[in-house]
Design a protein around this ligand. Structure first.
Ligand SMILES: Nc1ncnc2c1ncn2[C@@H]1O[C@H](COP(=O)(O)OP(=O)(O)OP(=O)(O)O)[C@@H](O)[C@H]1O
Ligand SMILES: [Mg+2]
Length: 264
């Protein structure tokens, strides 16, 4: 390990929502890439059996050992990290990835087979600890349901970004996701902090554009066309200076307000 890698203060950021298809992976990838362009070293850890982040970078999903093998303790995370030094891999500057494959759907049986007394929600703690100091940010791209790797991400993350798309169901999902964060805070991870909500696929001509005054979290609206240049965006920039972000408790009443606005 290079000397300067040892000096990094690693922030562990989960991106999530129990709802599927709400841009969790897209936001993870773009946010990490933007930070990578700004010189921050980022690891994206794909925790979804559908391996969206792995696919995003064109990594052949069966080609690499990854999340499954680390979680069952057969591989050290350092040994499965994919970088540009790997054959046929093209990653953005300063981005590394731990890939997922379909075998993650069998993670629970595999964990029980290894050790009946294992606390499965803690499976990420040790591997993440061993990666501390190597990266500025480790992004945990979670699945749209409460699989073991996703629950483990809630348990291990320091910062959480909620991804949503503006339809009434997505906002209901957002409420569930906020409740999940509160549960994680109460049951084992008091340090997890909601960093903000990224609302993607927003048509700015509609009333949704006014949501940024009502959500109660740092809120970023992404238009329905293509992802804007992340470096120029205040929310993304602020992540580079995370300590300046206000401390937030999920204000559920505000979200009820959003739901009303969206459905009206
Ligand atoms: N800002 C945006 N505007 C329009 N479409 C978007 C935007 N962000 C993401 N999408 C599209 O939405 C779809 C879902 O995105 P993505 O795969 O990132 O969601 P996800 O929450 O990770 O899904 P899953 O729950 O399946 O993991 C993709 O087709 C993606 O291209
Ligand atoms: Mg995804």
């Amino acid at each position: 390990m290079e000397q300067n890698q040892l000096e990094r203060e690693t922030r562990i950021v989960a991106v999530g929502n129990q709802k599927g298809g709400v841009a969790k992976t897209t936001n993870t990838v773009h946010l990490a890439t933007a930070l990578g362009e700004m010189g921050r070293r980022c690891l994206i850890w794909d925790l979804d059996m559908n391996h969206g982040a792995t696919l995003h970078f064109g990594i052949p999903s069966e080609g690499f050992l990854g999340t499954f093998e680390v979680l069952i303790g057969e591989e050290q995370p350092e040994d499965v990290i994919i970088t540009n030094d790997d054959e046929d891999v093209e990653l953005p500057e300063n981005i590394h990835i731990i890939a997922a494959r379909r075998n993650l759907e069998k993670i629970d049986q595999a964990l029980v087979a290894k050790n009946k007394f294992l606390i499965t929600q803690d499976v990420l703690l040790k591997p993440l600890q061993s990666l501390r100091g190597r990266y500025d940010y480790i992004f945990l791209d979670t699945a749209p349901n409460a699989t073991t790797p996703t629950i483990a991400a809630y348990k291990a993350a320091e910062l959480f970004i909620l991804s949503a798309m503006p339809d009434p169901f997505a906002i209901a999902g957002l409420n569930d996701a906020l409740a999940d964060i509160q549960d994680a805070q109460r049951h084992g991870n008091p340090h997890i902090r909601l960093l903000g909500v990224i609302l993607s696929g927003v048509d700015k001509r509609t009333r949704l554009a006014g949501l940024d005054h009502g959500v109660g979290h740092p809120l970023m609206l992404l238009g329905d066309t293509k992802i804007p240049n992340c470096r120029k965006n205040k929310v993304f920039k602020d992540l580079g200076h995370y300590s300046e972000w206000p401390k937030m408790k999920p204000p559920r009443s505000k979200l009820r307000g959003i739901k009303r606005k969206i459905s009206s």
